[in-house]
Each structure stands twice: as C-alpha cells, then as structure tokens.
Design a protein around this ligand. Structure first.
Ligand code: GRF
Length: 211
C-alpha cells in the first residue's frame, strides 16, 4: 500500500467519540501523505462529526438501529468508504466491534489505536484494567485489525510505553496517554502511506517497519 506513487493514501476514519485522534490526523497527515476521504460514526451525537465537518471531510452516520444487524451496518459502512475510494480504514476511538463484511472488504487495511500495551488489557476500559492490575508502565498500541474473531488481537505496528509515575485515576492516565496516541496514530498512517510497513514472511504477526 504505497500512497506516494498514486498521490496521498486515501483513508476513511471511524470514530464514536470526541475525535481527538481524528483531529490529530487532520492536523498532521491530512492533505499531506494522506487524505481523509470520510468520517463514519455509529453515534449521531459524536463530537467527532463536528471536527470532520469543520475540516470539510464528508461524514456518514451509521446507527445500529437503522440496519438489520451489525454485519448489515458494516456492509453499508464498507460500501460508503469504498465509494470514496478509501484504501485504509483507521479506527480512531470507534467503540463498536467490526464484523467480517468490513474487515474482509478492507483486508489488511484496517488499523486501530488502543490505550494499552497489547496483548495486555485488550477491549473496553483498558486503562481501568491496567490500573486494577497495578501495573507501573502503560502505553499505546497501534495495530492492524484482522477478521480473527478476537478483540485487539491483530499484528502490532507501533507501541510506546510511559511510566505511570503514581497516577492512579483513569481520567488522569488517559490524559497522559492522549499525546502519545496523537503522535503514534499519525506516525503509523504516515509509515503505511510510504509503504514502509510490511509483514515478516517468517512470522505473519510481525510487522517490519522500514525507516
Ligand atoms: C482513545 O483513547 C482510543 O485509544 C480509544 O478511544 C479513545 C478515543 O478518543 N480507543 P478520541 O475520540 O479520539 O478523543
């Protein structure tokens, strides 16, 4: 997936919430190595929608109740993204689990940002899980999402750790992690756009990053 040969890599973003990771993408790679061609959300009230509209990015709302089931909703999202020529789907705080129709359509081309050092603390409330466990080091993972039936189980692209340094409140820790997310997710998109991320043929779980 080398965006530089054909112009910027066309990315579709999925977000459910405040959209600070979307904003980080808009402020860094958008219009440069990548072009955000659409923002899709599962929540009609997601503040991420305003961020996309303010940047002139097309938006789509895919509320579950308006579709027969989750695979039907994901089929609609995949079609909407495909119409816009999306080559990579970025999950930027998308809180619904993706199903096969979308993951197969964009096989090997879906990435997620997660607020833990995977494989520790996958799924929801990752920061609370880490605090409950009593860890001293936390961090952020950007990984591919595969149609493997798991949650946050796809191959790791980038990870960065930070010391907890006594922080014990989930909101406080989230604030420590946000700047890390806002750097790591655009960096992963940049690397993918440059074709710098490849799979180790000897170990398909291991992503090789070319500097
Ligand atoms: C981020 O912390 C992300 O890691 C998690 O959901 C949060 C989304 O934040 N999956 P935002 O909507 O990008 O501000």
């Amino acid at each position: 997936m080398a965006g530089d040969e054909r112009g910027p890599l066309r990315i579709g973003v999925l977000a459910s919430g405040t959209g600070t990771n979307l904003q980080a993408l808009l402020d860094s790679v958008h219009g440069d190595e990548a072009l955000i061609v659409g923002l899709a959300t599962d929540r009609a009230d997601a503040p991420a929608l305003q961020r996309a509209r303010a940047a002139g990015v097309q938006t789509g709302v895919f509320v579950l109740g308006e579709h027969a089931d989750r695979p039907a909703r994901d089929t609609a999202i995949a079609g909407w993204m495909a119409e816009r020529g999306a080559e990579l789907i970025v999950l930027a705080g998308y809180m619904a689990l993706l199903t096969s129709p979308l993951l197969r359509h964009f096989e090997g081309a879906v990435v997620n940002v997660h607020p833990s050092l995977l494989p520790a603390f996958p799924g929801v409330r990752a920061i609370e899980q880490a605090l409950d466990y009593g860890v001293k080091v936390i961090g952020v993972t950007v990984h591919f999402v595969e149609d493997d039936g798991g949650v946050d189980t796809g191959p790791v692209i980038l990870q960065r750790a930070i010391e907890l340094a006594g922080a014990d409140d989930a909101d406080e820790v989230h604030e420590l992690l946000r700047p890390v997310e806002h750097e790591l997710l655009p960096e992963a998109v940049r690397l993918i756009a440059r074709g710098a991320v490849t799979r180790d043929p000897r170990n398909p779980r291991r992503m090789i990053i070319r500097a």
